[in-house]
Write a protein that binds this ligand. Structure first.
Ligand SMILES: [Fe+2]
Ligand SMILES: [Fe+2]
Length: 339
């Protein structure tokens, strides 16, 4: 049912309702309220962040989301002295910064801001998020002992994607198992013929008005393989495998890619990176010449970290940089950076 909105309310309708607007539908009051709450939370988070790093910004001028976001952007792109600038050769064509497993809102804004600033200083012009941007805590099928409002997730995820969208030419996001929780949740209640109405994830919603943010989908033999991302000889992914042994999951992932390479139409795979494990390691060179990385994470410890069944291993906060020339990844300049 459409609703009549005041011009002021309409002016505030943006990201969260972008998709509905594109489809010619006005948002409901509840949708609007959710979006406004999202903006309030974003402003609150920005304000708290600014307070911790700057004493020169007055609280008053940051009451408005757009003013706060502008201040935050200025701080993010503030030019610091380069820590160790990359060697830029004439042939360098793509420098990717990879930020995995944010699990919004369970990330620390200082940490992710630092990762973005450092990656830019190291020459990254493109960003890739190989899964679990959102935690989708409320959609989890597991018992929940706390309440994490979906508005907080939307606010934190929007803020991070905005940060990437404004700092990199191109931002690719692939969904992880946590991002997929939304459609899995709806699939339990919605008959298959109506699934097309709800088969979106939160990334679709928050990136609706960010033209340089994409969810590239790889397909093979008529089927989508959304957990994969590829550029030249580099493949990143969010396969849901884990192990007590570091590198073992990504080694299995590389084996799987070799097995399916022809069907996936991946002519050359030389470097493979995996999200999901929250652990960081590599490059490890396999006997077949494929270098593998586990990409770490940028989130805080999850609520199940100290599970008495001892199933969780300490995670590592890290991001990575991959330098490519003519589709070939240069391993001398590609590496993980621990935070
Ligand atoms: Fe994850
Ligand atoms: Fe995951």
């Amino acid at each position: 049912m459409s609703v009549k909105l005041t011009p002021h309310e309409l002016s505030l309708v943006g990201k969260a309702t972008g998709l509905w607007e594109k489809q010619g539908m006005l948002p409901s009051r509840d949708d609007l309220r959710l979006h406004l709450k999202c903006r309030e939370n974003s402003a609150g988070r920005i304000l708290n962040h600014l307070k911790t790093i700057s004493s020169t910004v007055s609280t008053e001028e940051l009451r408005d989301f757009d003013v706060a976001a502008k201040k935050f952007r200025e701080l993010i792109s503030k030019k610091d002295k380069p820590a160790s600038p990359p060697k830029q050769s004439a042939g360098s064509d793509k420098v990717y910064a990879v930020f995995s497993d944010l699990h919004a809102p369970h990330f620390d804004l200082d940490l992710v801001s630092r990762a973005v600033r450092e990656a830019k200083r190291r020459g990254a012009t493109r960003a890739v998020m190989p899964g679990d941007l959102f935690d989708c805590f409320g959609f989890s099928r597991f018992a929940k002992f706390e309440h994490v409002p979906i508005q907080d997730e939307l606010a934190a995820g929007t803020l991070f994607l905005q940060m990437l969208s404004e700092n990199f030419e191109k931002v690719d996001v692939i969904p992880g198992n946590h991002d997929d929780r939304v459609k899995k949740y709806f699939a339990k209640f919605v008959p298959p013929e109506f699934m097309f109405l709800v088969r979106w994830n939160l990334i679709d919603i928050v990136s609706a008005d960010m033209p340089n943010v994409n969810q590239p989908i790889i397909s093979a033999d008529g089927r989508d393989v959304p957990f994969l991302w590829r550029s030249g000889d580099l493949v990143l992914g969010h396969p849901e495998t884990s192990s007590k042994v570091l590198i073992k999951p990504v080694d299995s992932f590389a084996n799987w890619l070799v097995e399916w390479r022809n069907i996936l139409n991946f002519d050359e795979v030389k470097v493979v990176g995996q999200g999901h494990t929250h652990r960081a390691g590599g490059p490890v060179m396999r006997p077949d010449g494929i270098a593998v990385f586990e990409l770490g994470c940028l989130c805080r410890l999850p609520d199940y970290a100290f599970d008495p069944k001892l199933r969780f291993h300490p995670q590592q906060n890290a991001y990575s940089i991959f330098v490519q020339r003519d589709g070939k990844t240069d391993l001398n300049e590609s590496r993980l950076f621990f935070l």
